[in-house]
Design a protein around this ligand. Structure first.
Ligand code: FAD
Length: 358
């Protein structure tokens, strides 16, 4: 019998497995898929890595390291650049690195996909998963859902908890030189070095982004579910082409789902025996979709509550209080950032911008 089964080995699950190693018997279901992600480590993620005593290895980094975020309002054609220190990473290499740090006493089942559980007695339950095309089962005392925005564990155990708003994230990779080949864009954005956030309420009520990655440029957008994603993305690209950029020949396309918690009740941390961490819990920024920091933080704070009795839900909630307040603050700020009129006024004023009008 295992003490803890963790479903998913993204940043949240891999970190929790590493922190529980040596303290209890851990089973990690690691169904590895390439994650569709911008691969930007915001200052909050950098702080969490420091807290976890982790130093990024060289092979995780990609060029350039952006020192500015350019905010581009496509409808009003306003652009402002703000100073921010991000770390630009290869997201897959980052995930592999976190898994490589897990000590060998953790039983990692590569390719195993969690299906469902059955309560067997008051001490635990039996979990069922697919491994090597066969249904397997194991008995466990506690179950942790670290299975991201499409969490099976969340849907199985916490269907009553309101789901965060769902988006389809779509990313295309282009040759940077081809994007800039017309050489006629007048936006003032440094596309080779800036992280660009693009707002256009005709396309999405969230945002789109451009991120340079070595010789490539990622163009991504988050479109609310229920819309025709590809149609909107094509319309969006046509608008960008009108500004002098060239988005005709993607070298690679990827898509994924994304949670956006717009209501504090959509954050769900678990119950007595089943816990959620990372994006499965709804812990992701509703203003920027930055979620690696809260994946790391929730794993760290849940691990802190572990004793011979198991996890402590109240202590986990308490540990996450500050993070939840920060998320709430971001939810409150949404109308200011995402309502076109308010955003225009702020951008027009140039408040805190690098290119503030004198
Ligand atoms: C397009 C896009 C861009 C993003 N860009 C950024 C960014 O630049 N910076 C940032 O900080 N955040 C970004 N995010 C958010 C960030 O990727 C997530 O918040 C973060 O990955 C959450 O980590 P996690 O460990 O909770 O979940 P995930 O990273 O999603 O990991 C979940 C893991 O569980 C596995 N899994 C799922 N179901 C099962 C199952 N049934 N059985 C076994 N395993 C399962 C998955 O394969 C995956 O490996 C972005 C998200 C998207 C969609």
């Amino acid at each position: 019998m295992y003490d803890v089964a963790i479903v998913g080995a993204g940043p949240a699950g891999a970190t929790l497995a590493r922190l529980l190693s040596g303290r209890c018997r851990v089973l990690l279901l690691h169904c590895q898929r390439k994650k569709c992600c911008g691969g930007i480590l915001a200052p909050e993620s950098q702080k969490m890595l420091t807290k976890l005593d982790l130093v990024l290895p060289h092979e995780v980094l990609v060029n350039p390291q952006p020192f500015a975020v350019a905010v581009w309002d496509l409808q009003s054609q306003l652009v402002r650049r703000y100073a921010r220190q991000y770390i630009n990473i290869n997201r897959n290499t980052f995930d592999h690195w976190l898994v490589s740090l897990i000590p060998s006493d953790v039983d990692i089942r590569q390719g195993a996909v969690y299906r469902h559980s059955q309560y067997s007695d008051k001490n635990g339950f039996e979990i069922f998963f697919v491994e090597h095309n066969e249904i397997r089962s194991e008995r466990v005392r506690f179950l942790v859902g670290a299975d991201g925005s499409f969490s099976t564990v969340r849907r199985e155990f916490f269907a009553d908890c309101p789901s965060p708003k769902r988006y389809t994230a779509f990313q295309e990779w282009f040759e940077l030189q081809v994007v800039l080949s017309k050489n006629s864009t007048q936006t003032g954005i440094d596309f080779q070095n800036d992280y660009v956030g693009i707002f256009d309420s005709d396309i999405t009520d969230f945002y789109a982004w451009m991120i340079p990655k070595n010789e490539h440029l990622i163009l991504g957008s988050a479109i609310p579910n229920g819309n025709k994603t590809r149609e909107l993305v094509e319309r969006f690209k046509a608008k960008l082409c009108n500004t002098g950029l060239h988005f005709d020949f993607p070298v690679y396309r990827e898509a994924g789902s994304l949670f956006r918690p717009l209501n504090p009740f959509s954050v769900c941390l678990g119950s007595d025996r089943v816990f959620l961490i990372g994006e499965a819990a709804g812990l992701i920024s509703p203003s920027s979709a930055e979620g690696i920091s809260s994946a790391l933080a929730s794993a760290y704070y849940l691990a802190q509550t572990f004793s011979s009795q198991g996890f402590n839900l109240d202590a986990y909630r308490k540990n996450l209080r500050l993070l939840r307040w920060q998320l709430l603050l971001k939810m409150v700020k949404i109308p200011v950032m995402f309502y076109p009129w308010c955003r225009k006024q702020i951008m027009f004023s140039g408040l805190t911008a690098l290119d503030r009008p004198s």
